[in-house]
Design a protein around this ligand. Structure first.
Ligand code: ADP
Ligand code: ZN
Ligand code: ZN
Length: 668
């Protein structure tokens, strides 16, 4: 009797580190059982869609316990060997169950077992309207030539150019070359909001269909984009983090714009860094990887220093655009009108009189962050979180930005019954209302998560701004990234200080990037731009260094500090987070993890904690964390490799929710 063949599968949404084993049907050939096909398998009382990873004649389980698979869904593998290699690597590196990693790699529709056929293959565009490439300046040409010298090989390049230095032009010329060779290109951006403008620029340049992939598309749209790339029918994919794993059989180039942006790191569940995984993908697929930024991450600058990445600087703005003038305004002892200083108001008037646009940045949505009683000192707090409720005046709500709890906005203090409740602090809604009074004849557009929550709202606002139908643009984070507003000549950061006092060692780097990025929105074309930073800390070293010496000097100093403190990239970290509705369980659990880790003869691993998370209670959950740090990446992973599989078995391991974050970018 022949031994039955066993298939080893990964099952999405089942947090299990090992494969599940099933019996292959007797009548199927090895050819039909390729890694990367989908199967339907029995699972408990239900059935599930599984991914075939490998086959063999052995199982850890007793043969008679194994169930046969129910159905083979695909007659050819949906993934190449390189794709599978990458997914295995990712599961291993992030210590994340392979089933969950496979989930991230497939659009929902395919995960549900829908047929892998493309609804409609788009016609190849015959666009006579495409615009020709620009004649590059020497720095751009040098960058292009350098990347082009490595076709068919792995290499990482950092295009380090100030905003408006022509990075996108470099991308487009390289993309054209790859398309001409009949190969495929993957372009990743950190935010969905950045896709429309890049898509528009690509459409006006390339005579090819552009597949778009991000999390706001419908299942069908994502499935279609995925299959268009996977089948090779389409050559150019533009997307966000979630597009990273899309199979591309003729991949020739990976571009990752705004590489410093922490949105490339997934912050929940499978916490991968799209930048780092993109680099591994380039390595496995033997293609160049081009990273671009005006404010490169300290990690990437360190990798240049270590000669792991190639540095391609674009030191000047392309065309005739001049760098903006940056001014610090000390707002201590100034009479502010809802956060706006007289100097700023004056500059705004001058700019608006010239028919130019003003952009105001404030990274806080809502009307005000705190509601306080002037009589008794009562503060509106969230009952589920260690946080204040934020006042949303338009909707007449008090809302928690951490758990979503909402209450009606009150007029009477619940503690002393007086009517002396005051709104303290500034949010975008509040600035919007004062602008409406001070600049009554001007159009103000507010761009934040609240004003753009309706589908299509952001696109409408962006169109309005570009058409010149907006005078003052006010917004949060959303504004800071990559947007190109040619007629904006004055940019102000209303409250620089909120970024200066954070306990996370990444915060200095992030604030410097934010200041430079927001400033980069000023004067992108012929007109000279001006940037105003309002602060009560005009002597803060971060601001002084950044403005005196520029971002790259600032970054060099910040790297020195990291080196002295032995922080990443001079060491490697992993953060184990645990939470539960019980106050004691997460801490006890992490204590057991720490004790276990110490028995695993992990020499030189520093184990810090457990300590409460910076927000110790959120959405009713008590949160603790344990940090592992090591001078050597392999040393850290060696410990995690032994530790992680044992964690679930620990006392309390089933009662708390825990997750592991390799290379955390946010210690929250
Ligand atoms: P970035 O991506 O670095 O912000 P872009 O590629 O968008 O820069 O270029 C900024 C502006 O300069 C665009 O309007 C672009 O068309 C123009 N530009 C780019 N390269 C050149 C060049 N070599 N000569 C003239 N203009 C250029
Ligand atoms: Zn009161
Ligand atoms: Zn809350």
């Amino acid at each position: 009797m022949t031994k039955p063949r066993i298939v080893h599968v990964a099952i999405p949404s089942v947090p299990f580190f090992e494969f599940f084993d099933y019996l292959a049907p007797n009548d199927c050939t090895l050819e039909q059982l390729r890694a990367g096909i989908r199967l339907e398998v029995p699972f408990g009382k239900r059935t599930k869609i599984a991914f075939l990873m490998t086959t063999s004649f052995d199982s850890h389980y007793a043969l008679e316990k194994l169930k046969p698979i129910l159905r083979i869904i695909d007659n050819a593998s949906l993934l190449s060997d390189v794709d599978l290699q990458l997914l295995h690597w990712v599961s291993h590196y992030y210590h994340h169950p392979i089933g969950e990693v496979m989930s991230a790699a497939f659009p929902t529709a395919l995960r549900q077992g829908k047929e892998a056929v493309i609804k409609k293959i788009p016609a190849l565009r015959e666009n006579a309207k495409t615009s020709p490439p620009i004649v590059c300046n020497p720095a751009q040409q040098h960058a292009i030539d350098h990347v082009a010298a490595t076709w068919g090989q792995f290499g990482v390049f950092l295009l380090d150019g100030v905003t408006g230095s022509g990075k996108t032009e470099v991308y487009m010329q390289l993309i054209q070359t790859v398309l001409d060779k009949g190969q495929q290109v993957l372009v990743l951006v950190p935010e969905i909001t950045l896709t429309p403008q890049l898509q528009a620029r690509f459409e006006s340049r390339f005579n090819t269909f552009i597949a778009i992939s991000h999390s706001k598309l419908t299942d069908m749209q994502r499935k279609n984009a995925w299959l268009l790339m996977q089948s090779g029918a389409c050559s150019l994919l533009l997307g966000t983090r979630s597009a990273l794993f899309t199979p591309m059989p003729r991949l020739g180039l990976i571009i990752l714009d705004e590489e410093h942006d922490s949105s490339f790191k997934q912050q929940e569940g499978f916490r991968f860094s799209a930048r780092d995984v993109a680099i591994m993908r380039g390595k496995f697929a033997q293609t160049p990887v081009l990273l671009g930024s005006a404010t490169p991450s300290l990690e990437s600058l360190y990798n240049i220093r270590q000669a792991r990445y190639h540095h391609l600087p674009l030191p000047e703005r392309a065309g005739s655009a001049l760098p903006p003038i940056v001014e610090i305004i000390d707002i201590r002892q100034q009479k502010l009108n809802e956060g706006l200083s007289p100097i700023l108001l004056n500059e705004m008037r001058l700019t608006l009189n010239k028919d130019e646009q003003v952009l105001l940045f404030l990274n806080r949505r809502g009307f005000a962050p705190t509601l306080i009683c002037n009589d008794c000192g009562w503060v509106a707090r969230c009952v589920h979180c260690d946080a204040n409720l934020v006042i949303h005046r338009h909707k007449s709500l008090l809302r928690c930005h951490h758990c979503g709890t909402e209450h009606r906005l009150i007029q009477t203090c619940p503690a002393c019954q007086t009517h002396n409740l005051v709104s303290v602090g500034l949010g975008t809604e509040r600035i919007e209302s004062v602008l409406g009074t001070l600049f009554a004849d001007k159009t103000v557009i507010r761009l934040d998560r609240d004003s753009t929550s309706h589908k299509g709202a952001l696109e409408r606002y962006l169109t309005q701004i570009h058409a010149g139908d907006a005078h003052i643009i006010l917004g949060t984070q959303l504004l800071a990234k990559g947007h190109h507003f040619p007629n904006v000549t004055l940019v102000a950061i209303l409250d620089v200080d909120s970024g200066l006092f954070s306990t996370d060692f990444h915060s200095g780097e992030k604030l410097a990037q934010l200041i430079v990025q927001v400033s980069g929105r000023a004067g992108r074309e012929q007109k000279q731009g001006k940037v105003i930073l309002q602060t009560r800390q005009p002597e803060h070293p971060l601001l002084v260094e950044l403005l005196r010496d520029g971002y790259s000097k600032f970054a060099a100093l910040a790297l020195q500090e990291r080196e002295r403190a032995k922080l990443p990239p001079f060491s490697y970290q992993a953060l184990l987070r645990a939470h539960s509705a019980s106050e004691v369980l997460p801490e006890n659990f992490l204590q057991s993890v720490a004790a276990l880790a110490k028995t695993l003869n992990a020499s030189n691993v520093q184990i810090l904690g457990p300590i409460p998370a910076p927000m110790a209670r959120r959405a009713g959950q008590y949160r603790y964390q344990l940090l592992f740090q090591h001078d050597n990446r392999n040393g850290l992973h060696h410990l995690l490799r032994q530790l992680v599989p044992k964690i679930s078995g620990l006392n309390g391991g089933q009662k708390v929710r825990w997750s592991i974050d390799v290379d955390p970018v946010d210690l929250y």
